[in-house]
Design a protein around this ligand. Structure first.
Ligand code: TRP
Length: 480
């Protein structure tokens, strides 16, 4: 399939008016829905679960500021690159890259952006669905306790977080329960992506994103009334640079990639469905702002509750599932707001999951000319089987170390977040900065000359340098 065909489509695009472009089945109905869906992809476990605990582990304020700077200097430019590649290629990341390589007369190695993306998608999908399952399990448990269907545990403060810890350990030790919730999540994802862009992706985002914002607002009000917002604000915005260290700075950059869904073509596919007339820079700015806002608000909610109950901010991955859950069991209306909080995490995870599957789905549909429903089921089955590895990492295979002292899950988590996503981001930045003909970037981004130069500065130098720093650091850490 040659680039000429894309060109013809583009010209057709331009000739068609806005309404007909948006009415195609493989386009978002309008640019607002694209912003909503991309925000749905960006806002996920990364904002609500990962961001607070990583900020907590790295001393708060200084981490938050480094993260904000990374979003601005590296995240936003790379997101613009992904969207523009997607909208120019109008297909799955693999086919998009093939077309643009042909047009740019570039080396075929760049197709790796597409391949690595599809592979990374499967890997992330397989563990993300399991963690999302934890959140669903917690919201169901809280709902059960609230309605009296599940007995409410008696919290004995003399044993500290003993009850919350027992609940957490019991969940992780039970593979059947984990499989049940993983399966529910996969099933919903498969149905959503199988129904296509308009009936599936748009539908889910149109319903769930407004609920997400309402839940967030309700929890913010609750944490202002019942938490210690003053302490949370000080902790998150008063930088103590000595608490950061090189590792923390690198983690902040990695977090910027993960939270904006960058580096594996998810945003690229979403961009391929974007109507031609929408402004990419404006859309990207809105998405990044909303995503950052949600992360900051989620952080404030979590930390104000943590501090009001005298808990540790640096609790690691158990911050939500143990510390916060403990707090909800001793706070006024805690069961209700606990249920709302974990529903928020569940909803956020769902709208992210569908974007993680989309690059692989789009590619398989193109390559095998297959029906979306069938491909969706295939992806679901593969991800489900891979996901068993993550589930067993917490029980049956707990003591099986694949590399060093890493379990299967640890390995997946590190390989995707510390190697594959930054690598994808690096290639995407370099390709758009150095290889892609300037006229394409200019036409797709349609920005003023100054803004365009800033974007080139970021994609050519800043972003690659940032990513290389992440790599250098993790190699150094591994060796020392
Ligand atoms: N951004 C999501 C989060 O913060 C996760 C996510 C969705 C993602 N799609 C992605 C991460 C693509 C990397 C790549 O939870």
């Amino acid at each position: 399939m040659g680039y000429t065909r894309v060109r013809r489509n583009k010209e057709q695009d331009n000739m068609e008016n806005q309404a007909t472009d948006a009415s195609r089945p493989d386009r978002w109905s309008n640019k607002w829905i694209f912003i909503l869906a991309a925000t749905g992809s960006a806002v996920g476990l990364g904002n609500i679960w990962r961001f607070p605990y990583i900020a907590g582990e790295n001393g708060g304020g200084a981490f938050v500021i480094t993260y904000l700077v990374s979003v601005l200097l590296i995240g936003i430019p790379i997101m613009m690159s992904e969207v523009l590649l997607g909208r120019e290629g109008r297909s799955s990341p693999i086919t998009t890259m093939r077309r643009l390589i042909e047009f740019s007369k570039a080396n075929r190695i760049w197709v790796l952006i597409g391949w690595v993306g599809v592979l990374t998608g499967f890997l992330i999908l397989s563990y993300y669905e399991v963690i999302a399952g934890w959140a669903l399990n917690y919201s169901v448990t809280y709902a059960g306790q609230l309605t009296g269907m599940i007995p409410v545990p008696e919290v004995d403060l003399s044993t500290g977080m003993g009850v919350a810890e027992t609940q957490w350990n019991a969940l992780l030790a039970n593979p059947w329960e984990l499989i049940l919730f993983q399966t529910i999540f996969i099933a919903i994802t498969v149905v959503a992506i199988g129904r296509g862009v308009k009936k599936g992706l748009e539908f889910i985002n149109l319903w769930f994103m407004p609920s997400l914002f309402l839940l967030l607002l309700a929890l913010l009000v609750y944490s202002i009334l019942e938490g210690d917002m003053q302490a949370a604000l000080t902790y998150m915005f008063k930088p103590d640079w000595s608490a950061l260290g090189a590792g923390g700075a690198v983690a902040a950059m990695g977090q910027a990639f993960f939270t904006l869904s960058l580096g594996m073509g998810a945003i690229m596919v979403y961009g391929s469905y974007l109507p031609s007339e929408a402004s990419i820079p404006r859309a990207v700015l809105s998405i990044a702002t909303l995503d950052t806002l949600v992360a900051v608000v989620a952080g404030l909610i979590v930390f104000s509750i943590v501090f009001a109950n005298g808990l540790e901010p640096a609790a690691g991955p158990g911050l939500l599932f143990i510390s916060l859950s403990h707090a909800f069991h001793i706070m006024p209306n805690g069961l209700l707001f606990g249920m709302l909080f974990f529903s928020l995490v569940t909803v956020a995870a769902l709208t992210s999951l569908i974007s993680i599957s989309e690059p692989a789905l789009a590619w398989l549909v193109e390559e095998y000319n297959a029906r979306r429903e069938r491909v969706a089921i295939t992806i679901g089955v593969v991800a489900w089987i891979l996901g068993l590895g993550t589930i067993f990492s917490f029980n049956e295979w707990e003591n099986m170390h694949i590399v060093g002292d890493l379990t299967f899950f640890d390995l997946l988590d590190q390989v995707t977040n510390e190697v594959l996503l930054p690598l994808g981001g690096l290639f995407i930045a370099l390709f758009t900065g150095w290889v892609l003909p300037k006229e394409i970037a200019q036409r797709q981004l349609s920005m003023g000359n100054f803004s365009l130069q800033c974007w080139y500065l970021a994609t050519r130098y800043l972003a690659p340098a940032g990513v290389l720093l992440v790599f250098a650091h993790s190699i150094y850490e591994r060796l020392s």
